[in-house]
Design a protein. Structure first.
Length: 296
């Protein structure tokens, strides 16, 4: 039985579609059908069945998928060991904030020690990153959340990130106050990050639970757009201080801490407990100061 058949089977299971699996793998759909049929013949069981427009795994298929994942993982491990770990890919999932303002100096250090490792950064929100790390689609994730835990993952807090309310220098919040309470945001115009952002969700949830009226003026998936709109006095925003540190220093923005017990957010490293830790992988943990940490 060829490893190719198991790889095809994993893609069909992932997408629930022969057509989509064929697109991803670059095969004709007939080739996908043939490979699955050969797998079913080899195991003497129906592995995939159709429900409406999608393909679902049978009980036999679910059982095989676990073995297929293990076989594929071991195959990848063997390739890295045989190649002496001198080349390869390290895939990291993270949010825009951390990709732009936290990771660069660590990546620079890592490159000095592992110059032939290709580091890929996959942007996304926390739910996407967490699921991708669990599924093995990403080697590790770096998220910004309240303290996070999951039975399938090792989780390590790297540092606390202060969240601040940013405003234009002409705004009342720029008048030297030490902190903003959640009630101080009443009737303010908010400029928000995109849906899926954890601190955005916490802010809106807290405003709602405290019955504080506000207006949502703008919503952006780009941090620079948010900062520019705040500079022009179009509203206020909640962002990590690291995002606006330079703008504060140069007087382009004012920033005041948001004082509330729920707004404790941390940069955190997550990776699967099933993850095989290559030299390149543990090298990156060393760079982050997380190599000896395992949180059950």
């Amino acid at each position: 039985m060829e490893l190719t058949y198991l790889k095809t089977f994993r893609e069909v299971a992932k997408w629930g579609s022969y057509t989509r699996a064929a697109e991803v793998l670059g095969y004709a759909q007939s080739s996908i059908t043939t490979q699955i049929q050969k797998l079913e013949e080899a195991y003497g069981a129906v592995l995939v069945e159709r429900f409406g427009r999608s393909m679902k795994l049978t009980l036999a298929g679910e059982a095989l998928l676990q073995y297929a994942n293990d076989i594929y993982r071991l195959h990848e491990e063997s390739k890295e060991v045989v190649s002496r770990q001198s080349k390869g890919i390290l895939s990291i999932g993270t949010i825009e904030t951390l990709a732009a303002f936290f990771l660069p100096p660590h990546l620079q250090t890592y490159r000095q020690h592992f110059p032939e490792i290709n580091v890929t950064i996959q942007p996304g929100n926390e739910p996407f990153i967490i699921e991708a790390v669990k599924e093995g689609a990403l080697d590790l994730g770096i998220i910004l959340d309240p303290p996070f835990s999951d039975p399938e993952l090792y989780c390590h807090i790297l540092r606390e990130e202060e969240l601040v309310i940013i405003a234009s220098p002409a705004h009342k919040f720029a008048a030297g106050i030490e902190g903003v309470q959640i009630g101080d945001l009443e009737k303010e115009s908010l400029i928000l990050t995109e849906e899926g952002c954890t601190y955005r969700a916490m802010l809106l949830r807290t405003l709602k639970s405290n019955q504080i009226p506000y207006s949502m003026s703008y919503e952006f998936g780009n941090l620079e757009a948010i900062k520019q709109c705040v500079m022009y006095g179009l509203g206020i925003a909640l962002l990590p201080r690291i995002v606006v540190a330079e703008d504060i220093q140069k007087g382009r923005l004012a920033a005041v801490p948001l004082v509330h017990p729920d707004f404790k957010f941390y940069t955190q490293l997550i990776y699967s407990k099933k993850k095989w830790q290559s030299k390149a992988f543990t090298g990156f943990l060393d760079v982050l100061g997380a190599s000896n940490y395992q949180n059950e």
